[in-house]
Design a binder for this molecule. Structure first.
Ligand code: WTA
Length: 635
């Protein structure tokens, strides 16, 4: 018998030991007992990190929507699968039962088919947090189309880059979206983005804000009339274990975003098993993750993980500050939320407001609090623990990545004793290790190292869409035979891990990964800009904010710097989205460079953090004199 639900610490250690000693037996038992397969696997695992190639449950056949929907119908048909809470609290919440979800997904799947979408085709989904988003994701999975959800805060350029990278045939969007007291013209962004996307034949448009929009003849179709016509029967496509399920883009330290490819069986098994244990989910619980489905957290822990467990999962359309800063807690009271999962940046923003916004509501239903996306600082942890959890709901500080598909290092609630700022212990099946600068494994404790994973786990991304070489270089080349996470970490004397942050050129702003290179590329397109460098600096709410050092082409540029700053942020908004705007922009005559011409970001980082006491050795720089100039003019 597998220990699907781990209930105490001793059991965790026992399960963990088994997962390391006999990984194949371990993952076989879990797969066998908790999922529906059309055909059993021939091999549990085959792997070679030097290629890299990883295969789980090879030979097996399944459909993930059968597991997330159909198999619950007999016993839970009338249970709420998705609880939709609209942006406006005056609009009624929608309870979509498993029966209804089944019907909606089937209809949507038939619409996709009628528009010529087949197994293996890529479909881009650019929708706000409305039920159609979850339904379209599942509809793709039902027919074996590969979904590529693009967060609806990304700009037209970012959208078209992602569509073209994976040659999507279709885009699913809406006439617009609500965000607090604003509306956003999503369809307008799609129209702009599609100017240069030859692979897209069809755009399906859901109605949300009922605005007047342009519908392009022969390309754009309203979704609802097609759904009305569609049959509610759609036999799930039979998928192989390693067939791609979705592509999700994440920023890298260089150039283009990376289309991480997740496959079917391993992803399903791992997200389901982690969901059950990380949130201690019990049959009648109401679970709410505040992320957007446009990020991996939403894929794994709003859609697939919860539904594979027959859970009730909340989808919230709005923002934490509308109509006021009590909105999250109002929703917790209203729907009697049991598990609440959010990001440290949201906690910090809410902690700045009056406590009254929290105290006004009855939060006694809460049993587990989660945190994800960036390190949670001690102050935020205590605020969350004291005021939201009332010191009775354990906080699970879950460390993971788009690439890992599911939670990797985390406490288990009511099982693992928590220490603020420590993500604590590896989930069963996960074998973390820390590497030193010489590429050796760090055996001692309390030493900073680079976090790697030594053994495959079922939900790891298998490749980067269209660029396996980049996948290998980014994740499997720094340390032979290990997956390198890009994060730094520390292990304490009892073996708990504390994630210290990125060690590459990715900066996490408000929980969003931003690569410095794409932002610099955008800025450099400004006609007045010669060169730029972006670094992160600590920010009270965002965790990190962006600091840009910009060299102008003409020294003594006549235009006012203030208007240039605006234009630079405008260019970033157009190329990436408002999330990547710079908080500070310093114009400079030079950037500190090594003799090989590499920008020494370490120095810029220190200056932007106002930590200039120890800049290290600057004598090896090509142009040491610029350092003082940059310090003198820093903002
Ligand atoms: C960071 C989000 C500290 C980390 C699921 C990682 C964290 C990156 C934590 C992945 C945490 C995520 N503590 N840092 N609990 N969770 N991170 O791909 O740097 O959006 O590499 O996936 O976020 O971000 P991504």
């Amino acid at each position: 018998m597998s220990n699907y639900h781990i209930k105490h610490l001793e059991e965790y250690f026992k399960v963990y030991r088994k997962s390391v000693r006999e990984p194949e037996v371990f993952w076989e038992e879990i797969a066998e007992e908790h999922f529906t397969w059309y055909k059993r696997w021939d091999t549990i695992l085959s792997w070679d990190f030097s290629k890299p190639e990883v295969k789980w449950y090879e030979g097996a056949q399944l459909n993930i929507t059968e597991n997330c929907i159909d198999r619950h119908l007999l016993t839970k048909g009338n249970k709420t699968a998705i609880l939709f809470e609209p942006n406006n609290p005056k609009e009624e919440a929608q309870h979509i039962t498993y029966n209804q979800l089944h019907e909606q997904v089937n209809k949507f799947a038939n619409v996709l088919k009628s528009q010529g979408i087949k197994k293996g085709d890529r479909v881009c989904i650019y929708l706000p947090m409305i039920p159609e988003l979850a339904v379209s994701v599942l509809a793709c999975a039902r027919i074996g189309a590969i979904h590529s959800v693009v967060f609806a805060g990304f700009s037209a350029t970012a959208l078209s880059t992602r569509i073209n990278d994976s040659d999507c045939k279709m885009v699913i969007t809406s006439d617009g979206s609500y965000r607090g007291n604003k509306t956003i013209d999503l369809k307008g962004i799609v129209d702009e983005g599609l100017k240069d996307c030859p692979s897209v034949n069809t755009v399906l448009v859901a109605k949300r804000i009922h605005s007047e929009i342009n519908m392009k003849e022969g390309r754009d179709l309203w979704l609802q009339p097609l759904l009305d016509e569609a049959s509610s029967e759609c036999t799930p496509e039979i998928m192989d274990a390693e067939d791609p399920l979705f592509i999700l883009y994440t920023s890298g330290s260089t150039g283009k975003p990376k289309g991480m490819v997740h496959t079917t069986a391993g992803y399903m098994v791992y997200t389901a098993y982690t969901f059950k244990n990380v949130f201690n989910y019990r049959e009648d619980d109401i679970y709410w993750c505040t992320a957007d489905i446009g990020w991996i957290t939403g894929h794994s822990y709003i859609v697939y993980g919860p539904l594979a467990n027959g859970a009730t999962t909340v989808m919230f359309e709005g923002v934490p500050s509308y109509p006021d800063f009590g909105r999250f807690w109002e929703i917790v009271e209203k729907h009697k939320i049991n598990q609440f999962y959010t990001a440290p940046t949201a906690i910090r923003a809410l902690a700045k407001e009056k406590l009254e916004f929290v105290d006004r509501y009855d939060l006694s239903s809460l049993k587990v609090l989660g945190s994800v996306g960036e390190p949670i600082n001690e102050e935020a942890w205590h605020w969350y623990n004291d005021n939201v959890g009332k010191r009775k709901s354990p906080i699970v500080d879950t460390w993971w990545q788009t690439e890992t598909g599911g939670v990797m290092i985390t406490p288990l609630p009511y099982v693992t004793p928590t220490i603020p700022t420590y993500a604590s212990l590896p989930f069963p099946g996960i074998q973390p290790t820390l590497m030193d600068e010489n590429g050796e494994e760090i055996k001692e404790n309390q030493i900073d190292g680079r976090l790697c994973i030594k053994f495959p786990w079922p939900s790891m991304a298998r490749t980067i869409w269209g660029n396996h070489q980049r996948y290998k270089e980014t994740y499997f080349s720094a340390y032979p035979n290990k997956y390198f996470t890009g994060d730094g970490a520390l292990r304490n004397t009892v073996g708990y891990y504390r994630i210290t942050g990125r060690v590459d050129d990715v900066i996490i702003v408000s929980g969003h990964n931003l690569g410095t290179a794409p932002i610099e590329d955008a800025i450099n397109e400004h006609p007045a800009v010669a060169e730029s460098a972006i670094v992160g600096f600590p920010h009270d709410i965002k965790g990190n904010a962006l600091y840009g050092y910009v060299i102008l082409k003409e020294v003594g540029e006549t235009r006012k710097h203030e208007s240039l700053r605006k234009e630079i942020n405008q260019i970033i908004t157009e190329h990436i989205g408002p999330i990547a705007k710079l908080d500070k922009i310093q114009f400079t005559n030079g950037l500190p460079k090594t003799r090989s011409g590499k920008i020494m970001r370490r120095i810029l980082r220190k200056i932007s953090c106002k930590d200039i006491s120890n800049l290290g050795d600057t004598s090896t720089l090509l142009n040491p004199e610029v350092v003082q100039e940059i310090i003198d003019n820093s903002i």
